[in-house]
Design a protein around this ligand. Structure first.
Ligand code: AMP
Ligand code: MG
Length: 496
């Protein structure tokens, strides 16, 4: 499978490459080239990710870049490989998984670059190594949307499509997403070596992650002399902060298996994710998740469960179980504190403090309960509330509720709470915290349907809006409107 590109000249797109992951040793990966993709075409490109990579933007128009990002020609300086990992899927040990359809090209400017959907690897199991256009557009747009929201995420440079047929429930077409992150190492990488008793490799991996991303763990006071316990604590804290942001913005990941959990606390592996439309805390966005394990309101507990798996995997290095448990404890304080901070910012409570916390918590709970009871659109509610402080009266917010007296009672308490806060300051904070634009399923779906007909303008428009979701973007109000009735019927499964 590496033959296809062997005799072709490597193309230089002006990037300097290294691959520190490749230096970890042979048991971590299989070197192999991406498969060629016939007659590729651009579907979406992010100039902001290009800038992040140090890639001259003019390359984003070049046929050469199109060829190297689809495996049709090798990219000069890269050392492509697929890494091995394992993991727990839907609560069960799933054994060996790995990059079944992703190839790591290497690192440039301190960022790893992966091609997702780039062909079979030794870890493809029953899969075909490919990704379909539909899921690739979703991953591309959502990566950049999360970045726009200020939520830690892998980035996406581009999506490239091809008319090559790909069989899923129906026949679709192939695409490759070029995605970028400081590292794509997952909890599952640690679980892999731990499960197989490969403790030397486990240590190599942990030392690599600590030295590169968590150097402070070597100087931890709390876990003096035990950088691995400090690592577990640091990952727990980053994960807690990440999940707090998901909950605040109404993002449901959909497949929080341990192999989809980033060791850096990034949102990765976008599949059947969804931004909530109506506020339904128990919403399950993945139609393959029949038991609702990954429901929206279960995410904080699931992330903690996943951190336990990581703790278990690190135990041979940490040594004492009590230390691992102590390291995980931090999640229980960091998550609620981070979540509250986000939610109080959504309410514009610039003076939130210990003395206001009890009443603020009660107010927040009552608002969320009311939103859930009436299934109010989550994004629209918060944006309207922000505006009602900025320039309008509360009528636009009241209009969202059937039970006006319950809404009025909540709004009255809220406005009393804001009495000592200058409205302009509250509104400023709220308009920077409550996005106008999120990647609703139906918006993604419309862009996908147009892209299937080779009209990529919707992808471009959504990218533009989602890169700066807190701005008003006059003229684009329809993208911030309620979802149409058919949106409720969209079924998103693991199939991608
Ligand atoms: P996911 O839950 O989508 O992150 O995927 C779980 C595992 O299945 C990962 O190891 C993926 O690399 C692998 N996988 C998913 N889809 C495919 C595919 N079409 N071909 C090969 N491997 C796949
Ligand atoms: Mg995955």
């Amino acid at each position: 499978m590496t033959m296809a590109t062997q005799n072709l000249t490597a193309l230089d797109v002006g990037l300097a490459w290294r691959n520190s992951f490749a230096q970890l040793g042979k048991s971590f990966y299989t070197p192999l080239a991406p498969w060629p993709l016939p007659a590729p075409y651009w579907v979406g490109r992010s100039t902001s990710t290009a800038r992040e990579l140090g890639l001259n933007e003019s390359w984003l128009d070049s046929p050469e870049l199109l060829q190297v990002l689809t495996g049709n020609q090798p990219m000069a300086g890269t050392q492509p490989l697929a890494s091995v990992y394992s993991g727990h899927q839907f609560g069960q040990w799933a054994g060996q998984l790995g990059d079944g359809r992703a190839i790591l090209l290497g690192e440039t400017g301190g960022l790893e670059v992966q091609l997702k959907g780039s062909g079979l690897t030794p870890y493809s199991r029953m899969g075909d190594g490919r990704a379909v256009l539909r899921s690739s557009i979703r991953e591309f747009l959502c990566s950049e949307a999360m970045q726009g929201l200020g939520i830690a995420t892998s980035r996406a440079l581009c999506v490239v499509g091809s008319d090559a047929p790909i069989r899923r429930e129906t026949v679709e077409t192939a695409a490759v997403v070029t995605r970028v992150a400081p590292s794509f190492i997952r909890f599952g990488h640690f679980e892999h070596f731990s499960h197989h008793g490969q403790h030397a490799q486990l240590k190599v991996l942990a030392d690599y992650v600590i030295d590169r991303f968590y150097p402070a763990c070597r100087a931890s006071d709390k876990f003096a002399g035990n950088p691995y316990a400090a690592l577990l604590e640091a990952v727990s804290e980053r994960t807690a902060a990440l999940v707090a942001q998901w909950q605040a913005v109404g993002f449901c990941h959909g497949v929080l298996n341990t192999d989809n959990m980033s060791i850096l606390g990034l949102t990765i592996d976008y599949g059947p994710f969804q931004f909530l439309d109506a506020f339904n805390p128990g919403h399950v966005c993945n139609h393959s998740d029949q038991e609702g394990r990954y429901a929206f309101d279960k995410q904080p507990n699931i992330a903690y469960w996943n951190l336990f798996c990581l703790g278990q995997a690190l135990l041979p290095l940490i040594g004492e179980q009590e230390l691992a448990i102590a390291a995980l404890e931090s999640y229980k304080t960091v998550f609620p504190a981070a979540f509250e901070r986000r939610m109080f910012a959504k309410l514009g409570l610039i003076d939130a403090s210990d003395s206001t916390a009890t009443a603020d918590r009660a107010l927040l709970q009552d608002i969320l309960q009311l939103l859930a009871k009436e299934q109010v659109d989550y994004t629209i509610f918060w944006r309207r509330l922000s505006h009602c402080n900025a320039d309008t009266d509360a009528q636009t917010v009241r209009d969202l509720f059937v039970d006006r007296s319950a809404a009025d009672a909540c709004l009255l308490r809220y406005s009393e709470r804001l009495e000592h806060i200058p409205r302009g300051l509250a509104a400023d904070l709220m308009l920077k915290t409550n996005p106008k634009f999120v990647l609703r399923n139906y918006l993604g779906e419309q862009a996908i349907q147009a892209a299937k007909l080779k009209d990529f303008s919707q992808v471009e428009t959504l990218l533009m809006l989602l890169e700066s979701p807190f701005e008003e973007h006059p003229g684009f109000d329809k993208y911030a409107d309620f979802p149409p009735d058919w949106a409720g019927g969209i079924e998103i499964s693991c199939s991608s």
